[in-house]
Write a protein that binds this ligand. Structure first.
Ligand SMILES: [Zn+2]
Length: 256
């Protein structure tokens, strides 16, 4: 089997003791490629370092909406420099988080920083990895208005089927994570069943979002196979088939 974990955070301190073992376990499970995403300048720097260290690892660099208020104009330059490394395959994760941010001025700032980084992605000819939590309407509106000619993914998708279809119309992929395996997952299985396979990506968001049967524990890239298995079950496809097309989609989007 040949799987890609298209979204994780192996720079997290939860991996500081056993990163090499985690990467090895992923390979043993057929997860041959892993894309790590930064959320600040420091972590963006770190995910590039990790990508240089291990075969099959890649990086996305960018400022997460929860960190947006810390971003300086000069940080754009640093992101551009980081993106020059051949391991960098995306700008991300970027986007909007209205779950954690209730203040309207700070939400406005999130939108500005999101748009600025979409512009950076255009300049750098890179796709974007979008974090959208309880901000589906504004996210889609910004993508429609600002992201012409840019490809990307709505990572850890949590919107409705309508939002998923709108994103797909814009050429965006839908990233599916551990919650698809949860017993109380209702909307997501329907979305996964309905959307065309050419727009599905699998991801873990490690160390978060651990799928059943490891729910509540530290997540790691090897567990992306549980997400693939669940998608296969929901769509009535074989695991091999799901592995084949999600890997092809990841290769297509991120040019890996
Ligand atoms: Zn993430």
């Amino acid at each position: 089997m040949n799987l890609v974990d298209t979204h994780c955070h192996l720079d997290d301190e939860k991996f500081s003791e056993d990163l090499a073992e985690v990467v090895n376990r992923a390979r043993e499970s057929g997860v041959n490629r892993i894309i790590n995403f930064g959320d600040r300048l420091a972590t963006s720097n770190r995910v590039v370092e990790i990508a240089r260290e291990f075969d099959g690892l890649f990086a996305g660099v960018g400022i997460h909406p929860e960190e947006a208020f810390q971003m300086q104009k000069s940080d754009d330059e640093r992101i551009i420099q980081l993106a020059e490394d051949s391991h960098v395959v995306a700008i991300g994760e970027i986007g909007l988080d209205y779950y954690w941010e209730k203040d309207s001025d700070r939400r406005k700032l999130q939108r500005e920083i999101f748009i600025r980084q979409i512009d950076l992605a255009r300049q750098l000819h890179l796709p974007i990895c979008v974090h959208d939590r309880e901000a589906h309407g504004d996210t889609i509106e910004i993508l429609k208005r600002e992201a012409h000619g840019i490809r990307g993914v709505l990572h850890c998708f949590s919107g409705s089927l309508e939002i998923a279809m709108e994103a797909i119309k814009l050429g965006f992929f839908i990233g599916v994570d551990g919650p698809i395996t949860f017993k109380n997952s209702k909307k997501l299985p329907e979305i996964v069943r309905e959307i065309p396979r050419d727009f599905l990506l699998i991801e873990t968001d490690s160390p978060y979002m651990s799928p059943t049967p490891n729910r509540g524990k530290r997540n790691e890239p090897a567990f992306v196979k549980f997400v693939a298995e669940k998608i296969a079950e929901i769509r009535g496809e074989s695991l091999d088939e799901v592995a084949r097309y999600t890997t092809r989609n990841a290769e297509d989007l991120y040019s890996i």
